[in-house]
Design a protein around this ligand. Structure first.
Ligand code: HEM
Length: 727
């Protein structure tokens, strides 16, 4: 029996067993570890003796075969040819969008039986622990681009359920730029690097993107989300997820309801600030990927609750917007989000390529109990994902270990490139007698997928529904729902992007076709920061060339719409997963250092000692303390907060430009700062001045550490006056 990297024996049935029905069989097993066991069957360790791909032991793969020591390399050298040709073919096409991503394994469990809503087993059986594989991504950048781009984040979840695979392929924002999938190639061509010079990478701040959206008013609401701090998350574990479209849940009696899917992070929704994000892009472009990997390695497992917004079919038309329009949310104040289960990510992939790169999501992968609606964006996606997987991974993508269901697969699909299944028997068609009709249909069983019998009636028409025409009310609602500092960040983000746009015409149209229709205050703030004149403030609105103009009262209502749930300005209750720099050096106060590290660890945060050099520094008791990061390699932007303990180290830090810059920059980015004991001398050397606890600056004895933890729970102090503080 072959040994896997985990030392587990490879089950022979995983690769070879078959049935007279013509389909091979893998033993079906379920439960939390079922997918891990399934993958183990194809997981190998380094082994002992090196072999070629035909299993022959290799004596030397470091010297090619030559005619004499300085002679020509011989064509006969199969060791060289195999090694080089395999290398030459290592790359597969990167995803056309969402190319940059990171993933993890985990488990989902529902809190209570939801069989009144759906027959999907993972949502009806609270004892089931369904394995999941989740891939997070940015949209616009290439595989090697920064994690910190201002962008939407993909949030794709593959559930390995007992009834087959369900993919919930969502984003960290609940709406989208366009209402119809037929525009997707235009959107993506506009946001990707410009085709003549491939500039800029992983950024929407360029002419073609703003040209396109200025002519696409349906993008207004999504632009508000992307320009908000949601576009630069602090951590993948600190962002929400959304299925975006309205889907259907169908119960065993065939009753359907509309549903919006939400993921609510247990660590709260937290973001970076833009200056910080751009700096991290240089200092640690793998910031999110690293944070996800390291937190799982240390046992700090990212968790989300699954939320459902349920709408009865008879309420379909009771909203001011169309449930099928993917540029609209259902405000949580209108339909509360019911939290129904929890997902925990608890295992890193063994191999990035085999798992994270080859995983193939598809909105069309659904299980009985979950169904689609006529959202025209969703309908296009149902075509696009299968099509793109065929190109990117190949026609047998579903056979790959990371993609295959826990179920055995039996059907009459055959052959194609890189087929691994060996189908026995001579029957590959239906109907048949020669294989006793197998594999056969399951018309009567509940676990067979049957499409929801939605009534349909309509003329064939290539047009947009008038009910999709209001493009601005919810953009205004988003603006109205933000705290003052969130509005400032949004205006600054629009200004940054538009200041990168060269075409005066495009700049003018973004202002005067989009921003003025969202909020006067937004238009004014952006105008002040860009110099773009506001031509039409106070004049008729909603210039939507491709859609009818909504009737007058909508504008009035939009001005007053608010959904407090949209704001990130909320108190936090945990510091789990945050990283705190402890600036120290020779003579750092031993007692304080221990108290700080112990408290942070107890709260689930990570404290790192930063000193002038790596290795160790002696503390005030002469004991060597391990330095986690040398100061030049430890910029403030990769930390959530900073503490300066007392001790002899403080005097040296007060003279150290790097330390002073660290504190100024952290302060400017709104981060909690604490100085204990003589640490206050370092604060005195900064431009922070006499800011106090109400501003997240804690000065005092080590007993004040509780105040620092409370400040950290708030994450940031975005209302600080930072004008003169350099960074
Ligand atoms: C609500 C709107 C959308 C959401 C939430 C969304 C989400 C996602 C996510 C999360 C991924 C990355 C999957 C992964 O991690 O491997 C992805 C990839 C992709 N999306 Fe979308 N998307 C949306 C709209 C669309 C539309 C309208 C199309 C096409 C008509 C489309 C086509 C694609 C393609 C081709 C990929 C690459 C898939 C691959 O190569 O694996 N998406 N999308």
């Amino acid at each position: 029996m072959a040994k896997t990297s985990r030392g587990a024996a490879r089950p022979p049935e995983a690769r070879t067993a078959g049935q007279s029905s013509g389909a091979p069989d893998r033993k079906s097993s379920h439960g939390e570890t079922a997918k891990t066991a399934d993958l183990a069957a194809d997981t190998v360790g380094p082994g002992e003796a090196m072999t070629g791909n035909q299993g022959v032991k290799i004596a030397d793969d470091q010297n090619s075969l030559k005619g004499g020591p300085r002679g020509p390399t011989l064509m006969e050298d199969f060791v060289l040819r195999e090694k080089i040709t395999h290398f030459d073919h290592e790359r597969i096409p990167e995803r056309v969008v969402h190319a940059r991503g990171a993933a993890a394994h985990g488990v989902f469990q529902v809190y209570e039986d939801l069989s009144d809503l759906t027959m999907a087993g993972l949502l009806t059986d609270p004892s089931r622990r369904t394995p999941v594989f989740v891939r997070f991504s940015t949209v616009a950048g290439s595989r090697g681009s920064t994690d910190l781009a201002r962008d939407v984040r993909g949030f794709a979840v593959k559930f390995f359920t007992e009834e087959g695979i369900w993919d919930l392929v969502g984003n960290n924002m609940p709406v989208f730029f366009i209402q119809d999938a037929i525009k997707f190639p235009d959107l993506v061509h506009a946001v990707k690097p410009e085709p003549n010079n491939e500039i800029p990478q992983a950024a929407s701040a360029h002419d073609t993107f703003w040209d396109f959206v200025s002519l696409t008013p349906e993008s207004a609401h999504m632009l508000m989300w992307v320009m908000s701090d949601r576009g630069i998350p602090r951590s993948l574990a600190m962002m929400e997820g959304f299925g975006v479209h309205t889907f259907r849940l169908v119960n065993a009696r065939g009753k359907a309801r509309f549903v919006k899917f939400h993921w609510k992070p247990m660590k709260g929704v937290k973001s970076l600030v833009w200056d910080e994000a751009t700096k991290i892009s240089g200092k640690d472009p793998d910031f999110h990927r690293r944070d996800l990997f390291e937190s799982i390695e240390r046992g700090d497992y990212p968790e989300w609750e699954l939320g459902l917004q349920i709408v009865e079919e008879h309420d379909e038309f009771k909203f001011d917007f169309d449930l099928l329009d993917p540029t609209k949310i259902i405000p949580e104040e209108l339909v509360p989000v019911r939290r129904v289960g929890k997902m925990t990510l608890n295992r890193n992939p063994d191999n990035f390529f085999a798992e994270t790169e080859q995983v193939a999501f598809h909105t069309g992968h659904v299980v009985p109990g979950i169904d689609f609606t006529n959202d025209p964006l969703l309908q296009g996606r149902l075509f696009s994902y299968l099509d793109t997987q065929l190109r990117r991974v190949g026609p047998n993508f579903a056979e790959l270990p990371i993609n295959r269901p826990l179920h055995p697969v039996h059907n009459n699909q055959r052959d194609a490139m890189a087929r691994t299944i060996i189908n026995k028997g001579r029957v590959a068609y239906f109907p048949n007698r020669l294989a006793a009709g197998c594999p056969m249909h399951s018309p009567e069983t509940a676990d067979a997928f049957k499409s929801y019998a939605e009534k349909m009636d309509g003329a064939k028409i290539r047009a947009r529904s008038p009910s999709f025409a209001d493009h601005f009310s919810q953009a205004t609602q988003f603006w109205n729902s933000m705290a003052d500092w969130e509005q400032e960040h949004i205006a600054a983000a629009f200004a940054f992007e538009l200041n990168q746009v060269e075409s005066e015409e495009v700049r003018h149209h973004v202002m005067n076709e989009l921003l003025v229709n969202i909020a006067d205050a937004l238009a004014k703030q952006v105008s002040d920061q860009t110099g773009i004149a506001v031509a039409r403030i106070g004049t008729p609105r909603y210039p939507t060339p491709s859609a009818p103009t909504p009737s007058g009262p909508l504008k009035q209502e939009a001005r007053n719409l608010r959904s407090p749930a949209l704001s990130m300005d909320k108190p936090g209750d945990t510091i789990k997963g945050r990283r705190i720099a402890i600036l120290g050096g020779d003579g750092v106060d031993a007692r304080q250092l221990k108290a700080i590290v112990d408290r942070l660890t107890a709260e689930g945060a990570v404290g790192e000692l930063v000193a002038a050099h790596a290795g160790t520094v002696p503390d005030s008791a002469g004991k060597p303390q391990k330095v986690n990061r040398a100061a030049p390699n430890a910029p403030s932007v990769i930390y959530d907060a900073v503490i300066v303990p007392g001790g002899a180290s403080a005097a040296a830090l007060a003279m150290d430009g790097l330390a002073i810059h660290f504190l100024n920059e952290a302060y400017r980015h709104g981060k909690p700062v604490a100085v204990f004991g003589d640490g206050s001398s370092v604060l005195a050397a900064t431009a922070i001045g006499d800011a106090g606890a109400e501003d997240g600056v804690i000065v005092g004895a080590i007993s004040e550490i509780g105040g620092f933890i409370d400040a950290l729970k708030r994450h940031r102090f975005p209302r600080r006056k930072v004008g003169a503080v350099p960074a």
